[in-house]
Design a protein around this ligand. Structure first.
Ligand SMILES: *Cc1c(COP(=O)(O)O)cnc(C)c1O
Length: 386
């Protein structure tokens, strides 16, 4: 089976992890801050807080922004459930904004309309999670302007987008948001096995997130309520978690960062090749917005079902039978049973549901060969034939 995504671990990556295994610290040693600095410098952000997953990063980001009971978090229905669940963790309520039918990212016109209504009804969101689906940036300039006008905070869920750019600058620089989150799960662009990071230019947010990733405990005398009792002393000043990244993971991350640019350019080459090879087939290839240089975590095609004999499901199943590890990113969150219990219904976000009815993620990963890619295209041609 040709997988839809796959990590690429080099000898240098393995050596980096072994070096940590032979060192004094498996966790809480020097590698985590090295990894943080590496990513922050690369994307142009002041502060970075490494944690054990992007889910944890989203959670501490929401808490640092003060999200809590009585607040609303808005996001897109076409994302992994973690982009919404982080609001629920904080006791907030979650609502969704339908997607743009061309980019599949949160639609800024729909956002504007929903904000106008929410303002009249007195239930404006406190936090908006903007997800850069497939690695392509949302329309951040518009989202940022709306954030200023309606006074909400912005988290960029850039789990798909490390190494990508918006208007020529790296995603994660925080020009248009309060916090940006990356994921380092093995299917994503670079990996630390499990892992995530939250980036910000705000010192207060960074220190809150660092505190929350490690039990709410500090050794910083400036944060303590009174003078230290002695060299052993620490204080718990908030309720935090154990969301720490290990040095083993961070060493892998530092080593993977060496190849980030190469990973992205390979993804672009493969995607450009898909664009050409799929041209005359009854599928819509992904639109690349001129403001965006995508991280290209995913290559999603939409089936032109009116030109295809088989159904979406039949095409998907036939591709799997032919050894093509296709996937579907994502099932609209508002149709999940957990969210339906909150009152969401099918039909609430029609563009998201239309997307779900014909989208398929084709395999795309750094070590993919042209031969494998030809195999994918041949299979798509075969199963979409009239
Ligand atoms: C993968 C992913 C997450 C969660 O990342 P983990 O590191 O697995 O917790 C969150 N949001 C999006 C959009 C993702 O793709």
């Amino acid at each position: 089976m040709i997988p839809y995504g796959k990590q690429d671990i080099s000898e240098a990556d393995i050596e980096a992890v072994i070096a940590v295994l032979k060192s004094d610290f498996l966790t809480q040693g020097p590698m985590v801050s090295r990894f943080e600095q590496r990513v922050a410098t690369h994307v142009g952000s002041k502060y970075a807080v490494a944690v054990n997953s992007a889910t944890s990063a989203l959670h501490v980001a929401c808490l640092a922004l003060g999200l809590g009971e009585g607040d609303w978090l808005w996001t897109t229905p076409i994302t992994f459930v973690a982009s919404a669940n982080c609001g629920i963790y904080c006791g907030a309520q979650v609502d969704f904004v339908d997607i743009d039918p061309d980019t599949y990212n949160l639609c800024t016109e729909a956002l504007q309309r929903k904000l106008e209504i929410a303002e009249r009804e007195g239930r404006l969101p406190k936090v908006l999670v903007a997800v850069h689906l497939c690695g392509q940036s949302c329309d951040m300039a518009t989202i940022h302007a709306l954030g200023q006008r309606y006074n909400f905070k912005i988290i960029e869920d850039a789990s798909h987008a490390i190494g990508g750019k918006y208007k020529g600058d790296f995603i994660g620089n925080g020009y248009y948001s309060d916090i940006t989150v990356f994921s380092f799960h093995p299917v994503k662009i670079i990996t630390t096995a499990e892992g995530g990071m939250a980036l910000t230019n705000d010192h207060y947010l960074a220190s809150q997130m660092s505190l929350l990733r490690s039990h709410g405990v500090t050794r910083d005398p400036q944060l303590m309520t009174h003078r230290s009792d002695g060299p052993w002393y620490y204080q718990q000043i908030d309720l935090g978690f154990n969301y720490r990244m290990t040095d083993l993971q961070a060493a892998l991350g530092v080593s993977q960062m060496d190849r980030l640019d190469e990973f992205i350019s390979t993804r672009h080459k493969l995607a450009a090749r898909y664009d050409i090879l799929l041209k005359n087939l009854p599928v819509i290839t992904p639109l690349q917005h001129p403001d965006s240089y995508s991280g290209l975590h995913l290559y999603v095609i939409r089936l032109r079902l009116d030109e295809i004999q088989a159904s979406h499901r039949q095409v998907f199943e036939s591709l799997r039978e032919l050894g093509i590890g296709v996937n579907l990113h994502y099932i609209p969150i508002h149709t999940q049973p957990y969210y339906q219990k909150m009152g969401f219904r099918s039909g609430d976000f029609p563009n998201a549901e239309r997307y779900y009815a014909d989208a398929i993620s084709l395999p795309l990963f750094h070590t993919m060969t042209e031969e494998q890619q030809n195999q994918v295209v041949a299979a798509v041609r075969k199963v979409t034939a009239r």
